[in-house]
Design a protein around this ligand. Sequence first.
Ligand code: SF4
Length: 327
Amino acid sequence: MQDLLAVEELRVAYGSAEAPLEAVRGVTLALAAGECVGVVGESASGKTQLCLATMGLLGRGARVSGRVRFAGEDLVGMPLRRLNQLRGARLAMVFQDPQTALTPHLRIGTQMAEVLVVHRGAGWSAARAAALAMLGRVGIEDPGWCLERYPHELSGGMRQRVLIGACLLSEPQLLVADEPTTALDVTVQAQVLELLARMRRESGMAILLVSHDLAVVAGLADRIAVMYAGRIVELAATARLLSGPRHPYSAALLQCVPDIRGPIPVRLPTLPGQPPAIGERAGGCPFAPRCERREARCLVETPPLTADDEGGAHACHRPLPARAGRP
Ligand code: SF4
């Protein structure tokens, strides 16, 4: 089966060609129709740059190379006219902060209906009726009231539901969700994740779900890609990654996820040190300064992403043994 999305050797660089600052460094990732792939990693690991490059939303200062094939068409270098036909119609993106993603001076009904008017050629009254129905589907208790509100009149959770509803109105084949729950409290976060899962079941769309929090993606993603310093360092089925991470960075991230079933720790574990800044990524493994398993070659040889025998892949010279993670 052909992948719906196939990212191949994607690179995003800033600065001069002689001394480029690479935010994304050769990412290869594929999504099948209906699949959810989670992308996790600390801040500055390249997750948002990957999302924006996938959507063709990077600014003029970014140099993008590689391929982003969506349903067979390469989005990198695609004429803006064609890109705009795909975005909002077959491709949609949920941003981290719904307050800034919604237009502040337009009522919710107007900006939601506009999606169908622009991308599906619907009339305004039919589009408003569809927006009203969608607000009900995304769990807004009084859709008629909400339709007449401005974004600042809604809570953060309602705004995120509105944004997701607006994205889903045109029934996209792929939803890119960049930290969709980071700005929300944990109760609303759980509701939004449940909503995404339900919408995926009902519409069969694929989701690229990005978060710095492994626990957020674990309940929704079929596979998880772990990013560090602009590269994917591990890619595996969710259950396999959670039960037996092979890359030391994946294992360290998992150790930092609080487990409410066990004894209450005196201190929550943290991962010491910081990821390298974008201009400080020398040769060798970028995780080496923080890695307890490093050896001499880690400091000079960058490990390639290599397939393992369990259907996943990891980029490490000295990976953890299979199934050695936490149960
Ligand atoms: S390559 Fe070496 S330093 Fe990097 S994660 Fe693996 S063991 Fe650690």
